[in-house]
Design a protein around this ligand. Structure first.
Ligand SMILES: NC(=O)c1ccc[n+]([C@@H]2O[C@H](COP(=O)([O-])OP(=O)(O)OC[C@H]3O[C@@H](n4cnc5c(N)ncnc54)[C@H](O)[C@@H]3O)[C@@H](O)[C@H]2O)c1
Length: 481
């Protein structure tokens, strides 16, 4: 009713009121079928027969209707097809981005992230309308009844554009790549569940499936026709447009107290904790393929050693046998198989350097000495705190050894998920930990307040509570807490 009947009403009104020029604000989406990239598409592209999105279908119908009305009853018409309009007051792109960024969905890139797109600053669209209206008068033949693509003439990677907007508003830039197919099927599943539960709502915005296609396909357009026939060229650059858009949406910027102030090239807390080297890169999924390969190999080893049904020794023997056979087989392969070069394993590949061996031995000696220092401390018999720590950790190890296989499995899953999750939600998790810590501190303080003084003195004697002097009945209660 709004798009098609609305366009019909406008055409009728123009005729009745003897309006001479009508420029329809169409969209570049009318030539995008969702399943093909558009590289530098021009006006020779035909509108789609089958649309993925109802909105685009209706816009194409309205555009055709307006162009069809050209040169009837003295009315001249043309259509402009802007691509991805943005700017202050935008009701689509930026609000959607912020809504997705708040719960953290914008960390994900759909597809390779390399797809290019054309964006158009809203003032340039307005300027194109003025140019088109003027051109309808002066250059009627080449403009009337035609449609023109309008862009900022600065194609950019779709995900770079989103990253600039998101970072400008204080949100994290997208960096985790998800295969388009996976996202597509997840959305279909969610849609199906919504339909089954009767939750489907119709609104005027683009469908989620269509947004996935917009976000993962290349869509760039050639503006030469608009430049040549209506005299259009952008009046605001992409950079200026983006900064004024960000400024106008500052009210949607991330709360400054929560702002993710870390420079994304800087090491995160968890990265520092993991030593910032190769292990950190693997556990933090910096290179998904590499991490996944390591994870798969470790899962296979876990299965081989713990779930295969053999004893640990026979699993190790079988593993060494298999490894030797694979290495031997690899060694006798020709250096070229069907044009593929087979890399030779260098003889030094399995060698350990002297410094690595020295470091490892020094580490073992350090741990050994530390263990003995603790035993000596325990043997004195006056440090209950150390006793509880040692007894607790030994009991925990005993529990873990009872379910050794499960512990290893859990540790494996933990290592490949927990660090990654912590890095993603560092401020939120830190906030929660701070809250819990304060809560426990308060509980401990109230517990001490209610504990009888002789028992508190006993805890000081046993060094479970630390104070230089054990408190007596008359001592300051605050110091005790
Ligand atoms: N946003 C884009 O990326 C983009 C790209 C290409 C083309 N377009 C086209 O530009 C136009 C504006 O898009 P937008 O993104 O600014 O949308 P929008 O939803 O922000 O603006 C639509 C405007 O139309 C008004 N409106 C809606 N129904 C109406 C009705 N029945 N009668 C009178 N007014 C009504 C709304 O109040 C609103 O002001 C649309 O025709 C759209 O198809 C948008």
């Amino acid at each position: 009713m709004i798009i098609v009947q609305g366009a019909k009403n406008v055409v009728t009104a123009c005729r009745e009121c003897k309006v001479r020029r009508l420029v329809y604000n169409s969209t570049a989406d009318v030539v995008f079928d969702g399943s093909h990239d558009i590289h530098n598409g021009d006006e020779t592209l035909t509108c789609c027969w089958k649309f993925q999105d109802l909105m685009c279908d209706l816009k194409a119908q309205a555009e055709a209707l307006v162009l069809f009305a050209n040169n009837i009853d003295g009315l001249l018409t043309c259509a402009l097809r802007p691509s991805n309009v943005f700017g202050p007051g935008d009701t689509q792109l930026v609000p959607l981005l912020v809504n997705l960024a708040k719960p953290g969905w914008t960390k994900f890139i759909i597809g390779s992230g390399e797809n290019m797109s054309d964006f158009t600053y809203v003032e340039n669209v307005a300027h194109a309308h003025v140019c088109a209206a003027e051109a309808l008068d002066s250059r009627m033949v080449s403009v009337a009844g035609m449609a023109f693509f309008i862009t900022n003439l600065e194609p950019i990677k779709f995900w770079d554009f989103l990253s600039i907007i998101l970072e400008g508003l204080g949100y994290q830039r997208p960096f985790i790549k998800l295969p388009t197919g996976v996202v597509w099927y997840i959305i279909l599943l969610v849609k199906w569940i919504h339909e089954k539960l009767g939750l489907r709502t119709y609104n005027h915005s683009l469908s989620a499936c269509y947004i996935v296609q917009l976000a993962s396909r290349t869509r760039t357009f050639d503006c030469i026709a608009a430049q040549k026939h209506i005299g259009y060229s952008p009046v605001v650059s992409l950079e200026e447009g983006v900064s004024s858009t960000i400024q106008s949406f500052s009210h949607l910027a991330r709360d400054s107290s929560l702002a993710y102030s870390r420079d994304f090239n800087e090491q995160s807390k968890v990265e520092k904790l993991l030593g910032g080297g190769k292990v950190a890169d693997i556990l933090l999924w910096k290179d998904e393929k590499k991490t996944f390969t390591y994870f798969l190999v470790l899962v296979l080893l876990f299965y081989w050693f713990f779930l295969g049904g053999s004893t640990l020794t026979s699993s190790a023997a079988k593993f060494l046998l298999l490894l030797s056979a694979v290495l031997f087989g690899y060694g006798i392969l020709p250096s070229n198989i069907f044009g593929f070069n087979v890399k030779r394993i260098s003889p030094s590949c399995f060698e350990l350097s002297e410094t690595v061996i020295k470091d490892s031995i020094a580490r073992i000696a350090f741990l050994w000495n530390m263990g003995f220092r603790n035993i000596r401390l325990l043997a004195k018999g006056d440090d209950w705190n150390t006793f509880f720590k040692v007894a607790g950790s030994l009991y925990l190890s005993k529990l873990m050894l009872q379910s050794f296989t499960w512990s290893i499995g859990l540790a494996l899953v933990f290592a490949f998920t927990a660090f990654f999750v912590y890095e993603q939600y560092e401020p939120e998790i830190d906030g929660l930990a701070k809250f819990l810590f304060n809560y426990l501190k308060k509980s401990k303080a109230s517990l001490i307040r209610n504990v009888p003084a002789p028992f508190v003195s006993f805890l000081y004697d046993c060094k479970i509570l630390h104070e230089h002097k054990a408190p007596t009945e008359g001592n300051d209660r605050k110091r005790l807490q």
